[in-house]
Write a protein of this length. Structure first.
Length: 155
């Protein structure tokens, strides 16, 4: 009998750490979520904003301790843990991924209907040189937080 295999290589090892307690309220994990085929889906400003809105929503932050994050055109990095020991971080991440996938399909339909992708270069401008030094100093001293709306993104 011929054996048919899944068209993609299977992953036999796990990315999870053996013995690590993913439901510990005092431990944090560094998490990277990558788009399928590393497509730059988050280059669309509306898609990026909807993902960040979900990440920073009260529903997410009620269960997840989020310490830092950065959203790149094709992936998301964040450092997080759980707030309640009965919750498990992989389950919370699964819920987050499920919801953001729904947002992706919703935004995809909008793009198809309007024929328009909103790129950062059309709606974001760079700060001038006068603002650069104080901004960098504030970021280094943790007196300021860098937001995507104030940074010029280049390809």
């Amino acid at each position: 009998m011929p054996q048919f295999d899944f068209p993609y290589p299977r992953r036999y090892n796990t990315l999870r750490l053996l013995g690590y307690k993913y439901n510990s309220t005092w431990q944090l994990c560094a998490i990277s979520l990558v788009t399928d085929l590393r497509r730059p889906l988050f280059a669309d400003v509306n898609m990026a904003k909807s993902v960040l809105k979900c990440l920073l929503s009260n529903e997410t932050l009620e269960h997840m301790r989020l310490r830092a994050f950065t959203l790149m055109p094709d992936h998301l990095h964040f450092i997080a843990g759980v707030r309640e020991p009965e919750k498990k971080l992989p389950n919370l991440i699964g819920i987050f991924k499920s919801y953001t996938t729904q947002q992706y399909w919703k935004r995809s339909r909008e793009i198809v209907e309007s024929g328009q992708v909103i790129l950062p270069s059309t709606c974001i401008s760079k700060a001038g040189p006068k603002e650069d030094r104080p901004l960098i100093a504030s970021l280094m001293d943790w007196r300021a937080t860098l937001r995507a709306e104030v940074v010029e993104l280049k390809n």
